[in-house]
Every structure is written in structure tokens, then in C-alpha cells.
Design a protein around this ligand. Sequence first.
Ligand code: TXA
Ligand code: MG
Length: 344
Amino acid sequence: MQAWPNVGDFRGGALESALVVTVLSVDPSRPDLRALSPAAGAMRLGGLVAFPTETVYGLGAHARDAASVARVFAAKGRPADNPLIVHLHAAHHLTDVTTLVTPLALALAERWWPGPLTIVLDADPTLPAETTGGLPTVAVRVPDHPVALALLAAADVPVAAPSANRSGRPSPTTAAHVLADLGDAVDYIVDGGTCRVGVESTVVDARGAVPIVLREGAVTREALGLDPDPGDAPTGDTAASPGTRYRHYAPDCAVEVAAVGAGAAVAARHAEEGRRVGLLGPDPAPEGIVGLARTPDAAALARALYDALRAAETAGLDLVVIEAVASVGLGRAVMDRVHRAAAG
Ligand code: TXA
Ligand code: MG
């Protein structure tokens, strides 16, 4: 009888030497399990699979396989001390990767999963340090995307998945973005179309009695029942998500934030100086300016932002002007990304 190769055998063989990436196109509303099964099988055996979620595309690897997770860091060029989010297909698997599910975590999971909320809890100590960044905690979420859920269920292992971009680049919201950044450093890219939300999940520490927001994201403070303006309220000893320290979301062109109502005028002024300018804002682009997307509100800006930054690069623009949205609700998470892109 032919033995099924274990992870080590397989890694030494086909996957490690694969110089091609396979793109699997699936219907996002009715994912075909047969189409997904090669990717799910590869992930169980140590392969890297990029897949769509409701927020951004993730780059998945078996969260208990240190060598696979190390390949994720290498493919992204990611600092080793920045831990990954473990993705599950159902909330009841939370006990597989954590040691203490607090009442708060249960309530949050019940309310928000599947969905763009990532919950930080005490980590199962047998998880590899590659996955947790060596922290005693682990970040976990169940994504709200039919393709992600089908893939995770078929793989039937916890999947560590950061955003599927090169570290420091805008997060990917299409399979084409993933291919452009990571190419054949990954084994499969599951193409399930454009991500619905466009900014990453909110990361909360749920070890105590009230959620502590470590990274702003798609679930707003207001929706979590928290003070919308955190000011400099104490945020606990973790202070912030390790990843929020690093340079992020920066394209290969300048980014300038314009005040509410001022986007078109600021863009026009820069164009007069002879620069090639793109605009992301609620109004139509004035003549001579590339209209990257119309963004009348925070949700529209969230959906369009990363794709527009990449489109600006491809078009060889010198500058992208982004008209601000009010920093409330989803606007706070979006403006966080916008300011980081501008700082890069
Ligand atoms: O929407 C999302 O969250 C996407 C999709 C793919 O799920 N993923 C994502 O992953 O944005 P990534 O790796 O780009 O960002 C994960 C964030 C980082 O800021 C990281 O530092 C933080 O989560 N994080 C991970 N584990 C943590 C932990 N134990 N404690 C605090 N922060 C943690
Ligand atoms: Mg990321």
C-alpha cells in the first residue's frame, strides 16, 4: 500500500520545489468544494494558500506547522516578532488553540463570528512560536466569507493567515493583488473576487471583562459598545497589536491627505505644479486628474483604498490625494490606514 506522505516528506518534494502558483477561481457565493480541495489538502501538508476573506486576502498556512508558518514570514518579508491571526471555520474550535475562553470572548464570538473581529486570548502553549510571535496570547477569528469558510472546513486545521501582501505594502483585496506581490512564493491563490469590506479586522484583547481594542478595524468601537473616542485611556499592558508598530500600506508613490471637502482642490493645485495626480474622494476628478474611485463615505473609502493605491502605482502617478472622511465609526479605522499610507 502506498503510504500518504507526511508533512516533512511532502515539503521536501513537490511543494518546496514548486516554482509555479496555481490560481483556483471559485464562485464566491457557491464555492465548489472539489475545486477547493487541492488547496485545502496542500495547506494540511505544509503548503501556502492565499484566500479571500470579507476584509482582505489572507496568506494561510497550517498554524501548528512551524516550518509552514516560517514560509509565510519569508514570502511576506514580515518581521518575525509580529504574530499571525489564526483562522477557524467555527467558533467551537476556539478551545483547540486557546487555554481560557473568557465569558467576554464567548459573548464576542457569539455576536460577531463569522465576522471581522479578531479575539486575543491566552494561547495553547503547544502552538509554535512562529504563529504567536512568541507571545503567551493568540489572535483568533472566524472570517465571514463563504470561500474562506469552505476552505478552512475542508483543511480542518487551524490556519495562521496574515494579509497576503508583501510586508509594508497595501493589503490585497483581489487575487491579482496577491499574485503581484507574492507570485510563486505561494502554492495556491484561491480567487473569490473582490473583498467586500476592504480594511482588516478589529483586534481586541478579550482576556478581561471589557474588550481592549489593539487594532482598529472593520468592527467599530461604537458597535462594540465602547467609548468612540478612546483618548489616552489606559489600554492595558499590551498597549497595542505588535503589527501596528510597523510601516504599512505604502505604495510606490506619494500620498497626501486632504481635509473633508478639499480633495479636488488640493489635487488640482498639485497638478498645476506638473505632477501626475490621482484623486480618491467624493467628487468627480477635475480635468487632468486621474479619478481613482469615488468615495462618498467611509465604507466606500474602505473598499476602494488599497486597490486605488496599487492602481496609482501601475499608472505611474506621482501623487495620490485622498480626501479624508470623518474619523468616527468605520472612518476611524479607514483614516488610520490612510495616514499610515501617507506616512510611508
Ligand atoms: O482582516 C484581517 O485581520 C486579515 C484577514 C486575512 O483575516 N488579517 C490580517 O492579518 O490583517 P495581519 O497579520 O496583517 O495583521 C494581524 C494583526 C497584527 O497587527 C498583529 O500584530 C496582530 O494582529 N496580532 C496577532 N496576534 C496578536 C496577539 N497575540 N496579540 C496582539 N496582537 C496580535
Ligand atoms: Mg497586514
